[in-house]
Design a protein around this ligand. Sequence first.
Ligand code: NAD
Length: 436
Amino acid sequence: MLEERIEPQTPEAPETKTWDAAVVGAGYVGVPLAHTFATSGRSVLLIDVSPEVVEGINRGESHIVDVPSEELAPLVESGRIRGTTDYNEIRRADAVLIALPTPLSKQREPDLSIVIGAAEQISVRLRNGHLVVLESTTYPRTTRDVIQPILESTGLKAGRDFHLAFSPERVDPGNGKWTTKNVPKVVGGITPECTERAAQLYEGAVDTVHRVSTPEAAELTKLLENIFRSVNIALVNELAQLCERMEIDVWEVIEAAATKPFGFMSFQPGPGLGGHCIPIDPFYLTWKAREYDFATEFIELAGKVNENMPYYCRSLVSQALNHGRQRSLSGAKVLILGVAYKADIGDTRESPAIKLIELLRAAGAEVSYHDPFVPELREAALASVPLEPGDYDCAVVVTAHSSIDYDAVVEQSPVVVDLRNATGEKGTVSEKVWKL
Ligand SMILES: NC(=O)c1ccc[n+]([C@@H]2O[C@H](COP(=O)([O-])OP(=O)(O)OC[C@H]3O[C@@H](n4cnc5c(N)ncnc54)[C@H](O)[C@@H]3O)[C@@H](O)[C@H]2O)c1
């Protein structure tokens, strides 16, 4: 638990500044952010509610794939990064960056409780000259309508006594080419000075800073990016289902369309959306739009198509077993290959594999999985099994980690359902391989 001890508050800056920035939330966003600042010579405090996370960081051990321990450890040793569960040190930081989860509630409404709790913790330590930047993905006006009033409840005023801005995080975990450093940073402040102050913080640490006029523009920029993905994935998911009926290989079509050098961007169909962002963020906008009597139909439709994909994929597995193995799903031994939400990482949040396992089990299948990145899948109470496809009626490629030899999987399995175009077979159906 976070310590509740609070130092006597004054709006004045402390005599000694210790940290260039405090990053609240040492997760997929916060750790790469701290690493980017620290490698550019800044000192960063990482604040997290979890003592295990903090202890790991202070031992120089990274739990985030994008920041290897070999890179974290020297930064911790030299004092450029330190972890803590104690918010009090915020007063000795110039800037406070909030990189906390913004999930949906059970009713699929924005749940800002974690961010609000952190803003309250920050507010009682807020001082003159502080810069506060919200990085968590959220709906437009959150910075102005939710965070600003909490921080101003202290009597300090945004734009006059402290600076406040929104800057969306665009990290793509596991992406070695595009990192926190070289992906441009969009920044929008409550006042032009707030924008400038936030932009100056990032400049020098990240390669490019793009200023927008308001936090709302910055908030909506992030949502547009994720909605764009969700809608386009839904489009190819729908096309994949039509292609199955028409006996056309959707992957071949997408590959061919992608040869057009302009006006087309390639998206891949799959078993459903996964991860912390794409299945969740669009609904932040849907919720907010309702307040303006506006229905975000593209988002809703994309959500409907994408959420149906695990059901559609279950029916593919069922057909493949019927035709290729002359047996029903009930009682069949099914091996799921890959349960992380995307290739070559171990993150299972919102992974469509979880839903597919649940559906296959509900139909009576006996499901196991193999994933070199996920030794245990708590959501399904399963542990990864050795890769022995010959022991199963059917192998289903749900997430195509690059370390797996898919030719060998095809060779050893009685039937393969390939939801990721990993096996290299052409056409929607071959003797053995059923493709999405
Ligand atoms: N993961 C991504 O790929 C990604 C990409 C872009 C944007 N985002 C957005 O960034 C935000 C953060 O996401 P994330 O993936 O880094 O989350 P995360 O779950 O990886 O990390 C959050 C960290 O915050 C800690 N935490 C929880 N409550 C806390 C509290 N009250 N005080 C201090 N620490 C607390 C948790 O222990 C965890 O270590 C979200 O809004 C997300 O939508 C995520």
